[in-house]
Design a protein around this ligand. Structure first.
Ligand code: FAD
Length: 392
C-alpha cells in the first residue's frame, strides 16, 4: 500500500524498493539503488548461495566483457571481481583433425573477455549488496503474488509491502508472469531446438591447464558445437550445444559406450582430457535456450510501479556471452534515468525502457546469429583467411 505515492519527492524521502531475485542483476541493482539512498529488500527464492552447495552442471563460468565491467566499476567492485578472472584474448578453434587455429579477438591482441566463476561473481555481488547500508536480503522467499506481495517460504506464506517492485528474477520471471496474468504486459518466449550440457576438462597430470587458458575454445561441428572456458582451479568447463531430440542429439547417446564412441569420433582431442565424461554426461542436466521478449517492461499496478530488469525482461541465447553483461548494463541505465527523474520510479521505469529496448533487441538478434557463426563459420576456410580482422 502507498506504492506510487512517492513520485518526485522520493529523492528526499527514500523509496522502499522490493527487488525480486538475488541473481547477478538483482544483487548489483540493490547496490545501485541503495547508493541512491533507497531502502532495498531483495527477495530470493533459493537459500543463500554463500552457504549452500552449488547445483550440478549449471553454467559454472561466464564471459564478462567491458560492458559488465563498466557497471561493476561504478560501484567499486571491478577489482575484486577481476582478481580471479582469466582473460581470453581470442578463440581457439578445434577441428576434428588437423591443427588448432587461434583467432584473436582484437587486432593488437591486447583486448580480452574474462572467464569468471558465476558463483564467485554472484557471491561477491551479494556480499557487496549486504554490506551497503539500506539493503536487506531475504533468502528462501519465492514470489507467488504481486499485489499484494506474497512469498512462499519454508515457514509458510509471507506477505510484504514496498513502494516499487523490480523483477530481477530471471528468464522464467514470476514478476513477469504476474504482470502477464493481470493483462498488463505481453510476452513471447522462443525456445531453440537446442539444449546444452556442461562437461569438465580436468587439470593435466602436472596440475596445470590441459589446454591454453588464454583462449575461449570452440569445437564447431555444424549441427553441434562445444565451447570451453578456463576456471581458476585449472579445469575447463565445456558446454555442449546440440539439438534436444532426433538421431543426432543430446538424447541420442543412451549408453556409456555410445557416449564414448560419439566423443571419440566428433571431439577426439578432448576425450583424454575428460576423465569423468560418461558420468558428467549422464548426470548433468540439459539446459534450455531461449529468447524472452516482452513489453512493456513496466506497469502501473494498483499497488504502485512494477518494473522488469535483466533476463526477466529480455533473456537471450548465450552465444554472444552478453546476457549477464546486458543485465549489468541495465543497472547503469536505470541508475542514470533515476538521476534524470529525481528518483521518480513511475517516470524512470518507462524512460529506462525507451532508452534500453533498441539495444537489447539488437543483442538478442546478434546472439542468435552468432550461434551460426560459432558452430559453422569459424571453421570455414574463407573465415580463416580473414582471421586477422576482428570479427565481433
Ligand atoms: P538470473 O541469473 O536467472 O537470476 C534470477 C534470480 O532470481 C535467481 O537467483 C533465482 O533464484 C531468483 N528467482 C527466480 N524466481 C524467483 C521468485 N519467484 N522469487 C524470488 N526469486 C526468484 N551471460 C554473459 O554475460 N556471459 C556469458 O558468458 C554467459 N554465458 C551463459 C551460458 C549459458 C549456458 C547460459 C544459460 C547463460 C549464459 N549467460 C551469459 C547469461 C546469463 O547467465 C544471464 O543473462 C544472467 O544470469 C541473468 O541474470 P539475472 O540476474 O537477470 O537472472
Amino acid at each position: 500500500s502507498g506504492r506510487g505515492l512517492r513520485g518526485s519527492q522520493a529523492h528526499s524521502s527514500p523509496t522502499h524498493v522490493a527487488v525480486v531475485g538475488a541473481g547477478l542483476t538483482g544483487s548489483l541493482l540493490a547496490c545501485f539503488l541503495a547508493r541512491r539512498g533507497h531502502q532495498v529488500t531483495v527477495y530470493e527464492r533459493r537459500p543463500d548461495p554463500r552457504t549452500a552447495a552449488a547445483e550440478r552442471g549449471r553454467s559454472i563460468n561466464l564471459a564478462l566483457s567491458e560492458r559488465g565491467i563498466d557497471a561493476l566499476r561504478r560501484v567499486g567492485l571491478h577489482e575484486r571481481v577481476l582478481v580471479d578472472a582469466l582473460p581470453m584474448h581470442g578463440r581457439m578453434i578445434h577441428p576434428v583433425d588437423g591443427e588448432l587455429d587461434f583467432q584473436q579477438y582484437s587486432i593488437d591482441g591486447q583486448r580480452a573477455i574474462n572467464s569468471i566463476s558465476r558463483g564467485a561473481l554472484n557471491n561477491a555481488l551479494l556480499d557487496a549488496a549486504a554490506a551497503t547500508p539500506g539493503v536487506s536480503i531475504v533468502f528462501e522467499h519465492r514470489l507467488t503474488g504481486l499485489d499484494p506481495l506474497v512469498f512462499a517460504t519454508p515457514a509458510g506464506e509471507a506477505k510484504a509491502s514496498a513502494d516499487v517492485v523490480i523483477g530481477a528474477d530471471g528468464a522464467g520471471s514470476a514478476v513477469r508472469g504476474q504482470l502477464l496474468g493481470m493483462g498488463l504486459i505481453d510476452e513471447s518466449v522462443d525456445f531453440l531446438d537446442y539444449g546444452y550440457k556442461e562437461l569438465t576438462i580436468a587439470a593435466g597430470p602436472d596440475g596445470d591447464f590441459a589446454m591454453d587458458p588464454g583462449a575461449l575454445h570452440i569445437w564447431p561441428r555444424g549441427t553441434s558445437m562445444m565451447i570451453a572456458l578456463p576456471n581458476p582451479d585449472r579445469t575447463f568447463t565445456c558446454t555442449l550445444f546440440w539439438p534436444h531430440g532426433g538421431t543426432s542429439s543430446l538424447a541420442s547417446l543412451g549408453s556409456p559406450a555410445a557416449i564414448e564412441r560419439h566423443f571419440r569420433a566428433v571431439y577426439p582431442d578432448v576425450v583424454p582430457l575428460m576423465p569423468n565424461l560418461v558420468e558428467d554426461y549422464r548426470l548433468n542436466p540439459v539446459g534450455l535456450l531461449g529468447t524472452v521478449r516482452c513489453g512493456p517492461w513496466q506497469a502501473a499496478t494498483p499497488g504502485g510501479p512494477v518494473g522488469l530488469i535483466g533476463d526477466a525482461a529480455h533473456a537471450i541465447v548465450p552465444f554472444y556471452g552478453q546476457g549477464a553483461n546486458c543485465g549489468f548494463e541495465d543497472c547503469v541505465v536505470l541508475d542514470r534515468v533515476l538521476d534524470e527523474t529525481g528518483d521518480d520510479f513511475a517516470a524512470a521505469l518507462p524512460l529506462f525502457e525507451a532508452r534500453r529496448r533498441e539495444d537489447v533487441e539488437a543483442i538478442a538478434t546478434m546472439a542468435l546469429n552468432n550461434f551460426v557463426e560459432m558452430r559453422d563459420k569459424v571453421a570455414s576456410p574463407v573465415f580463416q583467411l580473414g582471421k586477422k580482422i576482428e570479427h565481433a
